[in-house]
Design a binder for this molecule. Structure first.
Ligand code: PGA
Length: 268
């Protein structure tokens, strides 16, 4: 069984003071559990994805604390350096302490027009720099209603991972890669697919990737309107390794409940 994984995507929210208060809530939670059975946050992998402006602060805070929390960026540019005003390179993200990078989030694809070829270049750049990708894939409502869910997901996966799936240059750390299945229509809407539907999509993703990736098994998370009330139903599914949470991750208390409840379901 893989370690359950919980990613908080803060999106364009929280300045330094709010980030500090959030992390202090995490510390209090861990302190309350000291001496008691291991805190759930120690039995899970927790990843925070703050906005770029808070990365440095969160990274320094985590270095000083005993929290076991990893850092992710929400986006990246594929070039190493140069005249690309407003962009951030993979090595800058490593420099600031990121281990993961979210790539191809639905808001990037749909609001900012990010294309599959750009996503592939970002993935390549991130993997080359030893960062771990959190690749988001997902179908729109129209695609789902037209019965094209798997065709869309397969196309997104093959365009992103193409050469690796054909057996070329399979890199290290594949088991630390993350795929987040996030149906576009479920993000921020309060609507979700059934856990069973998600599990069958995850199974297909897993089978599809295992044909090309032999060195490891990426974890597959679900994202879209996950909260502290529905987390258990998702985590009960063997195929769901964890969740990517937007809105409900903005409250440290809610996100801690999601981690605690989800981990208990997975690890008993
Ligand atoms: P949500 O967002 O939890 O607010 O639906 C999920 C995401 O965008 O990753």
């Amino acid at each position: 069984m893989s370690t359950p994984c919980f990613v908080a995507n803060w999106k364009m929210n929280k300045g330094i003071a709010e980030a500090e208060a959030y992390l202090q809530t995490f510390e209090k939670h861990a302190a309350q559990r000291t001496g008691a059975p291991l805190a759930e946050t120690d039995r899970a992998e927790t990843i925070l994805a703050p906005p770029f402006t808070a990365l440095s602060f969160v990274s320094e805070f985590l270095k000083r604390s005993s929290l076991r929390v990893d850092l992710a960026a929400q986006n990246v540019h594929y070039r190493g350096e140069g005249a690309f005003t407003g962009e951030i390179s993979p090595s800058m993200l490593r420099d600031v302490g990121c281990r993961y990078v979210i790539i191809g989030h639905s808001e990037r694809r749909h609001i900012f027009g990010e294309t599959d070829p750009e996503i592939r270049r970002k993935l390549d750049a991130v993997i080359k720099r030893g960062l771990r990708p959190i690749l988001c894939i997902g179908e729109t409502l129209e695609e789902r209603q037209g019965g094209r869910t798997w065709a869309v997901l397969e196309s997104q996966l093959s365009k992103a991972f193409g050469k690796f799936l054909q057996g070329h240059e399979e890199p290290a750390y594949v088991s630390e890669w993350i795929i987040a299945y996030e149906p576009v229509w479920a993000i921020g809407t309060g609507q979700t697919p059934t856990p069973g539907d998600v599990a069958s999509v995850h199974q297909k993703v897993r089978e599809y990737l295992s044909e090309g990736l032999k060195k490891g098994r990426p974890r597959i998370l679900y994202g879209g309107s996950v909260n502290e009330d529905n987390i258990e139903t998702f985590m009960k599914e063997k195929e769901i390794d964890g969740v990517l949470v937007g809105g409900a991750s903005l409250s440290a208390d809610k996100f801690l409940k999601i981690i605690d409840r989800g981990t208990l379901v997975k690890r008993g």
